[in-house]
Design a protein around this ligand. Structure first.
Ligand SMILES: Nc1ncnc2c1ncn2[C@@H]1O[C@H](COP(=O)(O)OP(=O)(O)OP(=O)(O)O)[C@@H](O)[C@H]1O
Length: 335
């Protein structure tokens, strides 16, 4: 049994029934940044539900400002959600104190950031070693594990170099080594190849993929790049703080608009792809939606509710036939 199995088992022992393979589950996540000095609030996440199974490799894609980094910070317990809940192995950690959260993070999650975030005055070796010592691992075990993980990442010959002497690709290998050193159950990576050229991106992502296949670690990577996301087994597409698509390994995430799904939440709320939303201008208009099967694939058909019946479809009071709004409730109506 590996160290990670033991960690997962320990957490599972106190988990809720039926949640054995679910590493994390977030429900109804909101993130609101309060504007300073009269500036408007920014709603970065709008009620996200997300679930990650043990050993999954998941990517989150979205354009700049979609809320990717905010989501990663909340899932990693680095930032509290404004609303919603976060559970690891069924245990609610949304409101646990910082005293409990810090050791939980250290033992469960490894973080990789775009900049690598290595300590400049320490060598690659010392950067990894310090992480393990900080986590309470004995000196001799830390030395052994540091050498082992730097070797896995192909960094043995460069391990005594300081960050300023390392290339971008080497820096990220050390950052990965550091994140993996304590054998976390989850790696959270925020644009880990954002500073790398195409060749180094492929090398680093290939390494991460190989390591994922060898280890019991789940990975969640946030990126704006469909190419980076293509290394994952499952992709979640974020737009304006909402999930607008789920794509599995077989789908073409370079052409997301062709494979976007309609998301229906547990409470029955439906999220439509942004291009559909802008095409139907739904605000204040009434639409009929129905599902149809086309070649065995469900598709959604939307038709405007008309007022040809002479009844407002919203408040059910009589309206003039073909009028463009209801004088009783003020709804905009389709003629
Ligand atoms: N500390 C903050 N204070 C106020 N607004 C913030 C803060 N952090 C993020 N935001 C805003 O929240 C929204 C989501 O930001 P976030 O960084 O999560 O998006 P992102 O998808 O990671 O973007 P990028 O790819 O550019 O990093 C943006 O509108 C951003 O300006």
């Amino acid at each position: 049994m590996t160290e990670q199995n033991v960690k997962a088992d320990q957490m599972n022992n106190s988990s809720f029934e039926g949640s054995e393979n679910i590493l994390l589950e977030a429900k109804g996540l909101y993130a609101i940044y309060h504007g300073l000095e009269g500036a408007e609030n920014v709603v970065a996440l709008r009620g996200l539900d997300i679930m990650i199974q043990q050993r999954e490799f998941v990517s989150v894609v979205g354009t700049s400002g979609a809320g990717k980094s905010t989501l990663l910070r909340i899932l990693g317990g680095l930032q509290r959600p404004s609303a919603g809940s976060l559970r690891y192995f069924g245990q609610d950690i949304t409101n646990v104190s910082e005293d409990l959260l810090v050791p939980f993070r250290r033992n469960t999650i490894g973080f990789i950031f775009q900049e690598g975030n290595l300590l400049a005055e320490h060598s690659a070796y010392e950067n990894v070693l310090k992480t393990l010592r900080y986590a309470g691992v004995s000196y001799s075990a830390s030395v052994k594990r540091t050498k082992e993980v730097l070797h896995q990442l192909g960094m043995t010959s460069r391990m005594h170099a300081r960050p300023q002497k390392l290339s971008g690709g080497e820096l990220q290998r050390v950052a990965i080594a550091r994140a993996l050193a304590n054998k976390p159950l989850l790696i959270l990576a925020d644009e880990p190849t954002g500073n790398l050229d195409h060749e180094n991106t492929d090398q680093v992502m290939g390494l991460l993929k190989d390591l994922h296949n060898e280890m019991n670690t789940s990975i969640l990577i946030v990126t704006h790049s469909p190419h980076v996301a293509s290394y994952s087994d499952r992709n979640i597409e974020l737009s304006d703080g909402k999930i607008v698509g789920h794509h599995d390994a077989g789908s073409n995430i370079y052409a997301l608009e062709k494979s976007r799904s309609v998301i229906i939440s547990e409470t029955g709320n439906m999220t439509l792809p942004p291009e559909v939303m802008s095409a139907i201008e739904p605000y204040g208009n009434m639409w009929n939606f129905r599902f149809e099967l086309l070649n065995d694939n469900p598709r959604i058909i939307a038709t405007p509710k008309s007022t040809s019946s002479g009844i407002c479809p919203i408040c059910n009071t009589p309206v003039e036939i073909n009028s463009s709004f209801c004088t009783n409730c003020g709804a905009r109506l389709q003629r």
